[in-house]
Design a protein around this ligand. Structure first.
Ligand SMILES: [Zn+2]
Ligand SMILES: [Zn+2]
Length: 53
């Protein structure tokens, strides 16, 4: 499972906050309930279990 850079479309490894190719900051989602940082493809919050819209 990898994230794709929104600028250059190269793969960003999990755990990296920035694209290794162009330095673009990876898009972060935050849980609207508890504020936990979520993976961009997350369906549910891993901390509180809230469904991500
Ligand atoms: Zn990039
Ligand atoms: Zn949450």
């Amino acid at each position: 499972m990898v994230n794709i850079c929104s600028r250059c479309r190269s793969a960003i490894p999990l755990g990296s906050a920035f694209c290794l190719e162009c330095g673009q900051m990876r898009e972060m989602l935050h849980c609207t309930s508890c504020g936990e940082i979520l993976q961009t493809n997350a369906k549910f919050c891993g901390k509180c279990g809230k469904k991500i819209e």
